[in-house]
Design a protein around this ligand. Structure first.
Ligand SMILES: Nc1ncnc2c1ncn2[C@@H]1O[C@H](COP(=O)(O)OP(=O)(O)O)[C@@H](O)[C@H]1O
Ligand SMILES: [Mg+2]
Length: 294
């Protein structure tokens, strides 16, 4: 068993001024060339992201880290995200790092475990689920109002806090109006990829940037809620199918009927999720409309 990699010392040194000398450091995730740690200090906790210097794609991941910082600076200046969210960013021997404020919450899949079961059908769960969806759409509406798409709306990038509100994290792939990004956007998680993005991935060369628009976030939001509430992804395919075939199935625009797979009836919520999954982006509700729809 190897030891867990520590966060960049440059990051820890800088953060000491923000949260105090760390009292606990925990590696939370180490996947696809990027790592995230929780760094807890006496004055608060932060999430530190850094590229894995030994990964095959370390240069791209370092560029993505710098790109995420750039996005956070733009979105904060535009008033689309809280000025408290971005903490600091910089370089280290292995590449780039970024620190954001810690959000005490559970990823959407875990948060919706109760709602997914038959016991979810109780008086308190419906408004709780609707509040999560509403607070999520409020975050997206703020980004969309300034011309940005998050472009990676999916269950692991959505944390549900104890007060039953959704928080949106991971702005690495966001697409903005004058975004001079170093890394072209080629979609994110397959299962939450909107049909128009799937079509673009399948019909353009791998180095071509695909500009994601707000309506793509709406499909991804509907797909995430469909998936985490029912336990089924909206476009059925075998897990072993390769990514391009999955994308081709999504691009065809047909989704499973939510009514047939949901754990218990919630007609208004089902209608709104289904509207988000309209194959034509112009048929989907906007985030602003959704803030009063759940
Ligand atoms: N600000 C944060 N607060 C709490 N947990 C976080 C925060 N940022 C990241 N995480 C956790 O780390 C995971 C990976 O972070 P993320 O920014 O999504 O990076 P990646 O590019 O690896 O997807 C998230 O899914 C979440 O569980
Ligand atoms: Mg993520």
């Amino acid at each position: 068993m190897g030891q867990e990699p520590p966060p960049p010392t440059e990051a820890v040194a800088l953060l000491t001024g923000h949260t105090g000398t760390p009292t606990a450091i925990q590696l939370l995730s180490d996947r696809r060339g990027s790592r995230v740690w929780k760094v807890q200090g006496p004055g608060g906790a932060v999430a530190v992201k850094a590229n894995n210097p030994d990964g095959d794609n370390t240069h791209e991941k370092a560029a993505e880290m710098a790109q995420e910082d750039d996005h956070l600076l733009h979105l904060t200046a535009a008033g689309a995200i809280s000025p408290d969210y971005r903490v600091s960013a910089g370089m280290w021997a292995g590449g780039r790092w970024l620190a954001v404020n810690w959000i005490d919450g559970s990823p959407l899949w875990q948060a919706l475990a109760l709602a997914r079961g038959p016991e979810g059908d109780r008086a308190t769960v419906q408004p709780w689920l609707a509040d999560i969806a509403r607070s999520w759409t409020e975050h997206l509406a703020r980004m969309h109002a300034v011309g940005w798409a998050h472009a990676d709306v999916q269950p692991t990038n959505t944390l549900v806090t104890r007060d039953g509100r959704a928080a949106v994290i991971d702005y690495a792939l966001a697409c903005g109006p004058d975004d001079r990004r170093p890394v072209p956007y080629r979609g994110a998680l397959t299962h939450t990829t909107a049909p128009e993005i799937a079509t673009a991935i399948l019909s353009t060369p791998a180095d071509t940037h695909i500009q994601a628009h707000p309506a793509a976030d709406i499909w991804s939001l509907g797909a995430s809620l469909f998936w985490c509430w029912t336990g089924h992804r909206p476009v059925p395919y075998d897990e072993t199918t390769d990514r391009l075939e999955k994308l081709a199935a999504i691009a065809r625009g047909t989704t499973a009927a939510l009514r047939e797979v949901r754990p218990w009836p919630f007609p208004a919520f089902e209608d709104t999720v289904t509207a988000c999954l309209a194959p034509d982006p112009s048929d989907r509700p906007t985030a602003k409309e959704l803030t009063t729809a759940w």
